[in-house]
Structures are given as structure tokens and as C-alpha cells.
Design a protein around this ligand. Sequence first.
Ligand SMILES: [Fe+2]
Length: 161
Amino acid sequence: MAKLRTTRNDLGDNAKKISTEVLNATLADIMDLNNAVHMAHWTVKGPSFNSLHLLFESFYNQLATQLDDVAERCVQLGGKPNGTTQLVGEKTRLAPYPADITLGLDHVAALTDRYAALAKSVREGIDATDEAGDADTADLLTGISRSLDKALWMLESHLEK
Ligand SMILES: [Fe+2]
């Protein structure tokens, strides 16, 4: 873990250390998922093309806002975001997105797995940052968690009867 920049933010050193680690791990995952959702938006085929194409667009727009908030919170606490393509590839905790799927429900299933994995790690991040005393990062992650759960529900509904 790189040394944190000194800032006038009065949060304790331990809270800053925990939060920047959690935020950076979350950033890599969100940027990876953002690419996966774009891939799904671009390559989806089949009878549900239009609705899925538009749904995926709404998802990556949400993720774009979230990854910016996460990276900027990391910088505010003295950290440096792991935002390059190379670092994202190295740090992401999500399974590699299959590049060869096209069928709508195959994309939905692949995204469902990755949204569920990210929702789980963000929930763990809420607890870790809350316990470290950083209510603001916990709050930021709570909002993201709620949005991920909603996206997960929308995806999963396609797979249920
Ligand atoms: Fe587009």
C-alpha cells in the first residue's frame, strides 16, 4: 500500500488507510464491471435486443458516476486511485468477462454473477469502513450498494419464472 498524502481532512490515519484500500479495491471492480456492461451493450443479440441494449446503457451510466465518486473519495483521503487499465486488470476481483457471448440471457447471467459479487464486496466494504470510523465512505458505499442490489434484481428477474 502506497503512503498516503497528507491532507487537512481530520479523519484518523487508520480510517484513511482502511478506506483508501477499500475504495481502491472497489474502484477496480466497478471499472471492470463498467467495461463488461459496455461489452454486453455492444454485443447483445436476440429478441430482447432493444430492451437489454437500453438497460445495459442505464447500468453503465450509473457505474460511471459511482466509479468517479469512489476514486475522488480515495483522493480526498490522501490515496491514489488504481485507475489505469493495467491496474484494473491486475486488481479486479471479478471473474474475467467472456468475450464471445452474444445471446441476451447469456449476457444477463454473466452480469448477474458479477453484480452479485460486487454487491457482496461493497457490503463488506461498508462494514470495514464503518468499523474504521469513516461514516462518509460507509455512506457512499451504502448508496452504491443499494443501486447494485437494484440492478441485480433487474437482471435476476430475466432469469426467473
Ligand atoms: Fe451505445
